[in-house]
Write a protein of this length. Structure first.
Length: 115
């Protein structure tokens, strides 16, 4: 298997700070509910009610997960009347969520079929 040189993937050799922040980001994505919420937000802005329906978790749990994502700077909020509307911070996160799900798709399709 041929792997392309690392400089094509990232313009510089990451330092300790980049690795630490990347690990923190991946840890946040490592929770199924948070990943589901982020995936729901790849389709556009949404409020807590919509996101609760999308992920099937209890509303208080969804609110706590959204608070963690907001504090980590992964989602933004704005008020629309009494509702809080959530959105992904940027396209990098959208691509990361999409790629994680693509890897999962490939892993599932590579599984042997059992009859």
């Amino acid at each position: 298997m041929h792997l392309s040189p690392a400089h094509h993937a990232h313009p510089q050799t990451p330092g300790d700070e980049q690795f630490a922040l990347a690990a923190e980001l991946l840890a946040l994505l490592g929770d199924r509910t948070r990943l589901t919420l982020l995936h729901a937000l790849t389709g556009g802005e949404a409020d807590v009610t919509t996101l609760t329906e999308a992920c099937g978790a209890a509303r208080p749990a969804v609110s706590q997960h959204l608070a963690r994502l907001r504090l980590a700077g992964l989602v933004t909020t704005r008020k629309e009347g009494r509702r809080v509307i959530y959105a992904l911070r940027d396209g990098h996160l959208r691509r990361l969520v999409d790629e994680a799900l693509n890897v999962a798709d490939h892993r599932l399709s590579d599984r042997p079929v059992h009859d």
